[in-house]
Design a protein. Structure first.
Length: 90
């Protein structure tokens, strides 16, 4: 005689459904912007030492998702980097 299976097949979830990549991670913390904290350096086209931290080896501006800079400061950074390039400081 075949074994009788219970009818709770609908209640079962596979491990794949539990570990979806698109579910939000509850334990991930938000990093703060390094240029918005108290005592942060002022963004200026003359401050070459600061600007070099946010430029890649090839001379491209690094994206904010890599550097954790907020959107407002990222705009200021990109403008000052472009100004420094124009004046041949970078």
């Amino acid at each position: 005689m075949p074994k009788k299976q219970s009818g709770n097949k609908k209640n079962r979830q596979s491990n794949f459904a539990k570990l979806s990549l698109f579910q939000p991670n509850k334990y991930r913390f938000k990093k703060s912007c390094p240029l918005s904290v108290k005592g942060a350096p002022k963004i200026d086209y003359k401050n070459i030492k600061l600007l070099k931290k946010y430029v890649s080896e090839n001379g491209k501006i690094l994206p904010s998702r890599v550097t954790n800079v907020c959107q407002k400061k990222q705009r200021e950074l990109s403008i000052s980097i472009k100004r420094a390039r124009n004046l041949a400081l970078l």
